[in-house]
Write a protein that binds this ligand. Structure first.
Ligand code: MRU
Length: 366
């Protein structure tokens, strides 16, 4: 997608042919800074510090992290060490494990001397596949928006509510939840996005709003508690969110607060869709509520807020009394029964075992 007229992806191989460049998402929306990763440790740190974030992007970063590891030591032990370290950086998004497994599959049968080059090839493929998948999600998802647009009066826009950032910043390009939105906007379908701010890290307010603004998509940032009110007043036509893991039976794990939006959507008859790239399906898990590990992050993320002061300084301030205990659960699970459909690269599916297994039979056997 474009930043000030220049096309960017979120991650790339630098012109030196080996180091990895990425947009430092911790600095947005206030500063646009490019970071450079030169080792597997730096890639792992970029994922855990959320320099890069979003399920598909952390998968692609892990793949490049394995490639960086193979440059310095391509032994079996080093391959296992790199995959284990990268997979452990964040526990919830299955894309990390998926990408590491892909890298293992591509490299383990090769002699060590061939592994570094092959690792860059497979990592690049994973990044390219992500873009193609998201474009597919855009093509299928735009139908949902266009169908609603066709029922609107001239000049009325389709109001989509989204949570967190499942935009191009969360992927290599296009985004998952945003792909149908960008596609609709580019096709001239009037669309407006309600952007949940998404406390505690504010990925909606800081990242989704930033990228929608850069692409010229009309949007409004709302506090996390506002969606239900908007739905009660007919101001939301559909919800589209991303996901970090969808189980074999269609339960959806996504950023904390997603479940509450699904409940409000159900109560108000608003369709609730999940944009799902196939690497985010975990066919090994059947019960999202009990089997998906939920990341808990530092209490500091809740106890503080970071922003830019009027004179341009980036400052972090405390908003919780010293000593008050704080809990910071990163994700929640929306049961399959609350999901209207899964927008995948192979079409819009029912959120259930049969639909997922028949659309992705090659993954169902994993
Ligand atoms: O903690 P984050 O910012 O990595 O969480 C991101 C989300 O929850 C996204 O909705 C999800 O990863 C899907 S991204 C296409």
């Amino acid at each position: 997608m474009k930043v000030d007229g220049r096309h960017f992806r979120t991650i790339w191989v630098e012109p030196d042919g080996w180091s990895i460049g990425a947009i430092d998402q911790r600095r947005l929306p206030h500063e646009f800074v490019i970071a450079r990763m030169t080792s597997c440790d730096e890639a792992a740190d970029a994922i855990s510090s959320m320099l890069v974030r979003g399920a598909p992007l952390i998968g692609a970063t892990a793949a490049y992290g394995v490639a960086l590891a193979m440059r310095s030591d391509a032994s079996d032990a080093a391959l296992a060490r790199a995959c284990d370290a990268l997979s452990a950086t964040r526990p919830t998004a299955i894309n990390l494990k998926w990408a590491c497994d892909e890298m293992r599959k591509a490299l383990s049968t090769l002699p060590p001397s061939a592994r570094a080059a092959a690792a860059y090839v497979r990592a690049r493929e994973i990044a390219e596949e992500d873009i193609a998948i998201n474009q597919g999600i855009g093509q299928h998802g735009v139908e949902l928006i266009a169908t609603i647009a066709a029922r609107k009066k001239p000049g009325e826009r389709v109001n989509v509510l989204t949570h967190c950032n499942a935009g191009w910043l969360a992927t290599v390009d296009w985004g998952t939840a945003t792909a149908p939105i960008y596609t609709a906007h580019d096709q001239g379908v009037g669309v407006h996005v309600w952007v949940d701010e998404t406390r505690p890290r504010n990925q909606g307010a800081s990242l989704t709003a930033w990228e929608l603004a850069h692409h010229g998509v009309p949007h409004t940032v709302i506090p996390d508690n506002t969606g239900g009110h908007l739905m009660q007043h007919g101001m939301v036509d559909l919800v589209i969110v991303g996901t970090d893991r969808v189980t074999a039976n269609g339960d959806v794990c996504n950023k904390i607060g997603t479940y509450l939006k699904a409940l409000a959507a159900r109560d108000n008859g608003v369709p609730f869709y999940v944009a799902l790239p196939s690497p985010t399906i975990d066919f090994s898990v059947n019960d999202g509520l009990r089997q998906i590990p939920i990341e808990q992050r530092s209490p500091e993320e809740v106890a503080t807020m970071t922003g830019r002061t009027a004179d341009g300084r980036i400052e972090t301030v405390r908003i919780v009394p010293e000593g008050s205990p704080v809990a910071n659960y990163g994700f929640d699970v929306t049961p399959a029964r609350l999901v209207s459909g899964l927008i995948t690269e192979r079409g819009v599916l029912q959120s259930d075992r049969e639909a997922l297994a028949s659309a992705f039979p090659e993954r169902a056997g994993d």
